[in-house]
Design a protein around this ligand. Structure first.
Ligand code: APR
Ligand code: PHB
Length: 391
């Protein structure tokens, strides 16, 4: 049997970032991941980092490539039925910005860092099970290469995403679940073509939402709202580019450079929160605890703020023998989670077409857009949320 202070379940961004911050504070953690490294690195997710997330990555010692290659954005465009409105986030938030840098790259940097510091991460750990977190001596079991292993620890950090074992190990009656499943998905395409604009474009359109994003100055990421029963095979590259152009303002549509897709996938949209986030000596972190729809790119950033609160709490526990931080983790993290849930839910509602929308609801979307056009306060509120509320 092995021993460590914190057993981290999941080597996504939450688990790896928590591992890096704990290591820096001299706290010994083991990360257990169900998939292989390559599998984890093949997942394509959003790519907009709040300043707080960038700061946390720097604090963890993994900010160097991000600093060199990340694209700092001072604004983005919101368009509605072809009319464009720039949200000058730097001006509206006293100089705050966001950094465009793919989540896959964040994960890669964190993995490389873990190798460099020689900290343990066990990939392809199967049949992970958690026991005893209600009492004083939690245990984690897993299988690898046909053998069953056991880890004894002080705490378990459940960083294992929406489908992980951590939340599933909590009795139903101890959890409250709040959920909204949206009646549409996003069809995403990655292509090695220059972006159509130097900033992101979030486009509301009567044919459905579209988003122009990027990974670099030579690689673009585009999305269009699609129906839930749609299939990637239904969309040739040409059909995708044609539909994307129809939903954009004329200038952006004109500037689209097409090319072969290097990835194409459909993702469903969901808002989800589980409460509370602490069960004795086990904590839920990141997607294991909450999901936001991708509109506004809050998923990874919210995982980072959970990690910030939990790492501080554990450092305080080991450094000062005080459990005040761990006792307060759930409350602190949830207070920020609900604000980000509100923001991504409202931006999703503003920009998407819903099947059963009444003419009144359509006018409400339009009125919201017109309000944003005319009111600096409205834009400032949008910008304040987009750059990320303080931790
Ligand atoms: N045992 C071990 N590992 C597991 C298990 C399990 N039973 N179940 C899931 N995992 C692993 C997954 O394979 C995955 O690598 O846990 C990891 C969870 O990673 P993510 O799903 O990426 O979640 P998280 O690290 O919280 O990242 C936050 O931000 O942009 C959003 O949703 C996006 O992934 C993103 C998230
Ligand atoms: C992305 O680049 O994939 C992306 C950007 C912004 C979002 C969602 C996704 O709101």
């Amino acid at each position: 049997m092995r021993r460590c202070q914190v057993a981290i379940i999941g080597a996504g961004p939450s688990g790896l970032l928590l591992g890096a911050l704990l290591h820096k504070a001299g706290i010994d953690a083991i990360i257990l991941e169900r998939q292989s490294r390559d599998y984890v690195l093949a997942r394509i997710r959003a790519g907009v980092l709040e300043q707080g997330t960038v700061g946390l990555l720097q604090q963890a010692g993994v900010g160097a490539r991000l600093q060199r290659e990340g694209l700092v954005h001072e604004g983005f465009a919101l368009t509605y039925n072809g009319q464009s409105l720039r949200i000058d986030i730097a001006d509206l938030t006293d100089g705050k910005t966001v950094t465009v840098y793919g989540q896959t790259e964040v994960t890669r940097d964190l993995m490389t860092h873990r190798d460099t510091i020689g900290a343990t991460a066990i990939y392809e750990a199967k049949e992970v099970s958690l026991e005893g977190f209600d009492g004083g001596s939690p245990r984690v079991f897993y299988s690898k290469d046909g053998l069953r292993h056991e880890i004894a620890c002080d705490f378990i950090a459940g960083c294992d995403g929406f489908h992980g074992v951590s939340r599933a190990s909590v009795p139903d009656e101890a959890l409250s679940i709040f959920e909204r499943v949206y009646p549409f998905g996003w069809l995403g395409v990655l292509a090695d073509v220059p972006p159509c604009s130097h900033e992101l474009i979030y486009a509301g359109h009567e044919r459905g939402f579209a988003l122009c994003s990027m990974r670099s100055l030579t690689r673009s990421r585009y999305y269009i709202q699609c129906s839930l029963d749609d299939r990637v095979e239904n969309w040739s590259d040409q059909a995708f580019w044609d539909e994307l152009r129809r939903r954009l303002d004329p200038e952006a549509a004109e500037a689209i450079v097409t090319g072969p897709s290097i990835e194409k996938s459909i993702a469903p949209l969901r808002s989800f929160v589980a409460e509370p986030l602490r069960f004795g000596r086990m904590f839920l972190v990141g997607d294991a605890a909450h999901i936001v729809p991708p509109t506004g790119a809050k998923g990874l950033n919210l995982a980072a703020s959970d990690v910030h609160y939990l790492s501080e709490a554990l450092i305080e526990f080991y450094g000062e023998r005080s459990s005040a931080g761990i006792d307060d983790y759930s409350r602190r993290a949830l207070a920020r989670i609900w604000k980000a849930e509100r923001f991504s839910w409202s931006l999703t509602g503003l920009l998407h077409q819903f099947d059963l929308m009444t003419p009144f609801e359509r006018r409400m979307q339009e009125a919201e857009f017109v309000y944003l056009q005319g009111s600096r306060n409205a834009r400032a509120s949008l910008a304040e949320n987009y750059v990320g509320l303080p931790f």
